[in-house]
Design a protein around this ligand. Structure first.
Ligand SMILES: [Ca+2]
Length: 324
């Protein structure tokens, strides 16, 4: 008994030493964590991790994409997450030779269907679950209400499309600017999901302190989804590396433990409803152009009718004067 207590206590303490955050009872789930040396992790047949696309593993990092064009890669955990509340700390690195143009970014996933490749930073669109998007390149031509690199969260029940042209702003539940790219210091992100509240924090300044990026209440995520990572390059490039992953199970209330959380449909309130929809300048000018042509058409028809009417009346008068 004492032995178990000591073990439990030790795990809590060690979890808090490695990371400042889990301040409730928590313990690390080794199957959902990934640390060096990686070759040992991937060479064994019982590995919980699976690589997709162009991902390569060395002794220093797991590289989802190299700094070359048109690559996509993934790193997927194959053991479903059975606990409702969790926190994940990811040590990652995004870097490349590009000084002003680089991309596209990487995503940390908690989704129903692992291992797929696709157009959303190396994973499929219309996904089920959560994506924490670390977007380095602004695809938006018009003015943005934020700068890049940008971190945002998207929750999808399979019906939403990730719109690269808008950098996903219309489907995000929250986001923040974060200068995580090309840093000499270690860059880390913490994702915490507890009591339907999603909190994302970063440590990118090398000060070993978590800074909250955003938090969102009322986020519904089922259990038995899978953790994963993916990244992509297109015309623009960067290396997207995962260095370590530490996942902690957080203590859950009895209510949450007893609830059938596997049946939950993913849900998160998008910030779209709170924000006034502003069209691109491009579409505004197109609308103006359309109105101009409609007015012009109306004027031409009016003038045509007036001239036609004038000649008709004249010919009537002529006939009248002729026969009477
Ligand atoms: Ca983008």
């Amino acid at each position: 008994m004492f032995q178990y207590f000591f073990l439990y206590f030790f795990q809590i303490v060690s979890a808090q030493e490695q990371s400042d955050t889990p301040n409730v009872a928590s313990y690390e789930i080794r199957e959902h964590s990934l640390v060096k040396p990686y070759p040992a992790v991937f060479s064994t047949g019982s590995s919980y991790w699976h690589l997709t696309g162009n991902t390569i593993v060395t002794d220093r990092w797991i590289r989802l994409t190299a700094d070359t064009q048109s690559k996509q890669g993934g790193l997927w955990n194959l053991l479903p997450v059975t606990y409702p509340d969790w926190e994940m700390h990811v040590h990652f690195k995004v870097h490349g030779t590009g000084k002003e143009l680089f991309g596209d970014g990487l995503v940390i996933w908690y989704v129903r269907d692992p291992k797929h490749l696709g157009p959303v930073f190396g994973y499929q669109d219309y996904f089920h679950g959560l994506g924490i998007v670390l977007d380095t390149y602004s695809n938006h031509n018009g003015p943005h209400n934020h700068a890049h690199p940008y971190i945002s969260a998207m929750v999808n029940n399979g019906t939403l499309h990730y719109d690269h042209d808008r950098d996903g702003t219309h489907t995000q539940i929250a986001g923040c600017e974060s200068a995580f790219r090309g840093r000499d210091t270690d860059t880390l992100i913490a994702i915490r999901y507890k009591d339907d509240k999603l909190t994302v924090s970063t440590d990118v300044d090398g000060r070993n302190v978590w800074r909250e990026c955003f938090s969102a209440e009322g986020v519904r995520l089922p259990t038995h989804y899978y953790f994963g990572f993916s990244a992509a390059t297109g015309e623009l490039t960067d290396s997207h590396d995962i260095i370590s992953v530490h996942t902690y199970q957080l203590d859950s209330s009895n209510e949450r433990k007893l609830e059938d959380r596997q049946a939950i449909v993913p849900f998160g309130l998008t910030s779209e409803a709170e924000r006034l929809h502003v069209d691109d300048p491009k579409s505004v000018s197109w609308t103006a152009l359309k109105i101009f042509f409609y007015v012009l058409l109306f004027l031409i028809i009016s003038v045509g009718l007036a001239i036609g009417g004038y000649f008709y009346m004249n010919s009537r008068r002529y006939h009248k004067s002729r026969f009477y």
